[in-house]
Design a protein around this ligand. Sequence first.
Ligand SMILES: [Zn+2]
Length: 77
Amino acid sequence: MKQPDLRQMLARLLGPEGPEVGCDACFDELDRYVELELAGKDADAEIPGLRAHLEGCPACREEYESLLALVGGEQLS
Ligand SMILES: [Zn+2]
């Protein structure tokens, strides 16, 4: 684990100060987010707020997981 939960704790302390990601924005960025993750990049830093949204939004989380399986599966085969 290279990053402890410090960032999450800070986010909680600071409140929604950063860019707020709604479902529409989340959906728009989800492809890119998954690609960054699969490329081993820091997707959370590239697209701030998206991970937090995924953690709080079951619908987008589901979309994210199926996309991850889809794209990841393609790369593996
Ligand atoms: Zn959402």
